[in-house]
Design a binder for this molecule. Structure first.
Ligand SMILES: Cc1cc2nc3c(=O)[nH]c(=O)nc-3n(C[C@H](O)[C@H](O)[C@H](O)COP(=O)(O)O)c2cc1C
Length: 471
């Protein structure tokens, strides 16, 4: 069942976790600040701001703002429609598919394969003009937020960015922040190793305009799949169908892309070759501002809205925030996939204290001296795992991975500081404050742990010194 924004609001109200705020509140800092405070509470509410305004510009927006939709584990599973564990097990069993040997096996296999028929997105050749209506072609008419004091401007923070390869064979959706430069121009903060950048480079080389469509709202699972680090070439909308056991229904934008039919707002346009512009600063997951840097820009050609649209947004900042819960679902579901590269992996966690990609703790079956180090290198090569700064691999007898206190003792008792290597790997711009990384594969008393650490060096620019929580 597709949970569009109207159904979502109803469901959240029924659960008693929707708080409607009718007071006029500013999209600049006020609305995001309330959402930020709320999500840090023990039992946070999802907030619907019905009267967003921009006091400085004297604007009242007609579209409400919805925040904190991913504010707990329970809510995340509610959107996915089933326990994350069940999804993890289903992926695991599919990856282990063997030719059936008995009648029972055949039935089982048939059931599994049959369930996959809902995976493929349905590209209805319906033009978006049939499901949505044209809105004023002015980004300033959308209640886009400025979340932190020294941010370079307003940013769309929950945009599902749809792109495709130059030959049109591969489609992708990713969630990247998008800075509003003026009524028709957006900054595309897709990092250099992300799928959209691969496509952008193809269009650049061909000297062609790249079509882009940004969907906001609709079923929360659309937003979640946009954050999932699926390998290049695999459309995240397949994950939507797999998880929900229901094909994603897509409609066609005027620039030839396909977006979820249930989206509340769709912004379409083109990224022209060499249309770079300085983007940022932006208060980021680390609690620091990311640097200003050049990114491609998108020229908006149409803005579409559904009937009574809602604008979804999130605050990016120090965890725990919404990315904690989105990241948790991804972490769990990716365990069986990681096991295909690293079969001796037992479990792993990416604790929020490490801002996810900065710390991974994994438990493995260590079979021989140096195995952990070998294992760690395999991990670094797997897609976005390459951004991980601190990887700690422990043996199967280690305490539970979330029992941080006992685990720390376990690690410190086995760490060998004489065995450090310096290595270079991928870093993303939000990691500019990290400079060097160390690897340690320590074997003490037959127990192996491997550690990869970036050492925190100097804050490189004045922007980094602006810790966003000072706000
Ligand atoms: C709240 C939030 C904000 C994000 N912002 C960005 C961003 O600005 N740029 C970026 O490249 N990735 C960002 N990401 C991470 C991407 O969504 C993630 O890496 C995703 O897998 C990218 O999709 P792709 O691999 O299809 O390119 C963000 C993730 C979250 C949860």
């Amino acid at each position: 069942m597709v949970r569009n924004s109207k159904k979502l609001i109803k469901d959240l109200a029924k659960k008693g976790i929707l708080k409607i705020i009718d007071q006029e509140l500013d999209v600049n800092l006020e609305i995001p600040h309330l959402a930020y405070i709320e999500i840090k509470k023990k039992e946070p509410k999802v907030l619907l701001f019905t009267n967003p305004v921009d006091k400085k510009l004297g604007l009242k927006y007609e579209i409400p703002v919805l925040m904190n939709i991913f504010s707990s584990y329970e809510l995340t599973e509610f959107y996915l429609g089933r326990p994350v564990k069940e999804i993890e097990e289903e992926i695991e069993s599919l990856l282990k598919l063997k030719p059936p040997t008995s009648f029972g096996d055949k039935i089982d296999l048939f059931k599994k394969l049959f369930s996959l028929k809902s995976v493929f997105p349905k590209r209805e050749n319906t033009p978006i003009s049939k499901t949505h209506k044209k809105y004023i072609l002015d980004l300033n008419k959308l209640p886009i937020l400025k979340t932190w004091e020294f941010d370079g401007g307003k940013f769309i923070t929950m945009g599902q960015v749809f792109t495709q390869s130059l030959n049109g064979n591969i489609s992708n959706v990713g969630m990247y922040r998008l800075q509003v430069f003026d009524e028709k121009t957006l900054g595309m903060h897709w990092q250099i190793h992300k799928d959209s950048t691969v496509f952008y480079n193809e269009f650049m080389e061909a000297g062609k305009d790249m079509p882009v469509a940004i969907a906001i709202g609709g079923d929360p699972v659309n937003t979640w799949v946009a954050t999932a680090p699926l390998p290049h070439g695999i459309n995240e909308m397949l994950l939507y169908g797999f998880v929900k056991k229901e094909n994603a229904k897509l409609v066609k934008t005027n620039n030839g892309l396909f977006v979820p039919a249930d989206a509340d707002i769709v912004i379409e346009g083109f990224v022209k070759p060499n249309s770079l512009r300085v983007e940022g600063p932006f208060g980021d997951h680390t609690g620091y501002y990311t640097l200003e840097e050049e990114y491609p820009t998108m020229e908006v050609t149409n803005i579409w809205i559904s009937n009574l649209p809602i604008y979804y947004a999130t605050v990016v900042g120090k965890p725990p925030l919404e990315d904690k819960y989105m990241g948790w679902a991804t972490e769990r579901i990716f365990l069986p996939l990681l096991k295909t590269t690293a079969p001796d992996l037992i479990d792993y966690v990416m604790p929020e204290n490490g801002v996810f990609h900065n710390l991974i703790i994994a438990k493995m079956k260590t079979k021989y001296k140096g195995h952990a180090l070998q294992f760690m290198h395999a991990f670094w090569g797997v897609g976005q795992m390459s951004f991980v700064k601190h990887s700690i691999f422990v043996d199967e007898d280690a305490p539970n991975l979330t029992d941080y206190e006992n685990l720390t003792t376990y690690i410190l008792n086995r760490l060998n500081i004489n065995n450090i290597l310096i290595s270079e790997s991928t870093k993303i711009l939000i990691d500019e404050q990290f400079e060097t990384e160390y690897i340690d594969d320590a074997m003490v008393k037959g127990k192996s742990i491997a550690i990869k650490v970036y050492q925190l060096l100097a804050m490189k620019t004045p922007n980094h010194e602006k810790v966003i929580e000072k706000k």
